[in-house]
Design a protein around this ligand. Structure first.
Ligand code: HPA
Length: 251
């Protein structure tokens, strides 16, 4: 069976380093507009879809992203695998600034977001299995690709998804740590769960752009942006390697 990768990019990711731009595709969805038209790229012989999560230009805050439209549109266009790029704060000692983390678990602290396709009587009631929220094969592909090109990653961890757009208080981060979270971000939920509902494999490649609240110096957006700009090059290399080593038939 053929497969199509999509990359959902957060802040500051430049997809042109992973493929050649082909065209834009504005998919209509029953849930309204996506964050931006889907951008189709070509990596060697495969099409890769890129979606800038916060819009183009970057303007949509995490709690206002139309996650349902985004995931629905990606499925509609034939996407079967999503690599999500997420910038995060580091909670655990290992999650230092600049680290790349491929989490294996998630805890959802968000609220008030449209978080399911199964929300009215006209559609099947879905109780999807979310025991392992991230796709094991896709995580493995990311971990293997990074190792193959010598980029260190942290291959486990719990992602705490918070509501934003404000950052957390130190006590909130203490609570997340007691809950077992290693990193904190605002965008992996409900994205991961919606992908699961539509049977799309989903894995997240997280870049730690700051130490979480109370774990270091005061967090500044300028500092986060600086680390993000530095780290996106490594992320692009890992994604290019995943695509290059994808041996299943392509569209
Ligand atoms: N908290 C939540 N989301 C984030 C952070 C943070 O510290 N850094 C980047 N995204």
């Amino acid at each position: 069976m053929s497969e199509v990768f999509a990359i959902i990019g957060g802040s500051g990711f430049d997809m042109s380093t992973c493929g050649d731009y082909v065209e834009e595709n504005s998919v209509e969805t029953p849930y309204g507009a996506c964050s931006a038209p889907l951008q189709i790229y070509r990596h060697q012989k495969q099409s890769v879809i890129f979606l800038p999560r916060h819009g183009n230009p970057h303007r949509i805050p995490p709690h206002r992203i139309n996650y349902r439209a985004n995931i629905w549109a990606l499925q509609k266009i034939g996407c079967s695998k999503i690599i999500a790029i997420n910038t995060v704060g580091g909670i655990g000692a290992d999650a230092s600034v600049g680290a790349l983390v491929i989490p294996e678990q998630i805890i959802d602290y968000t609220y008030g977001r449209e978080h399911t396709f199964s929300d009215c009587a006209d559609v099947p009631l879905l109780h999807v299995d979310f025991t392992s929220p991230f796709s094991a094969p896709l995580r493995h592909a990311l971990i293997t690709a990074a190792a193959a090109i010598g980029i260190p990653t942290i291959d486990q961890g719990v992602y705490g998804a918070t509501q934003g757009p404000r950052l957390e208080s130190a006590a909130e981060i203490n609570r997340l740590q007691r809950d077992g979270c290693d990193i904190v971000g605002m965008t992996a939920m409900p994205e991961a769960a919606l992908a699961r509902e539509l049977n799309i494999e989903y894995a997240s490649l997280c870049l730690v752009v700051n130490l979480a609240a109370g774990r270091g110096e005061a967090i500044t957006v300028a500092q986060m942006q600086k680390v993000s700009a530095r780290g996106m090059g490594a992320i692009a290399k890992i994604i290019a390697e995943v695509l290059a080593s994808n041996t299943t038939p392509v569209n």
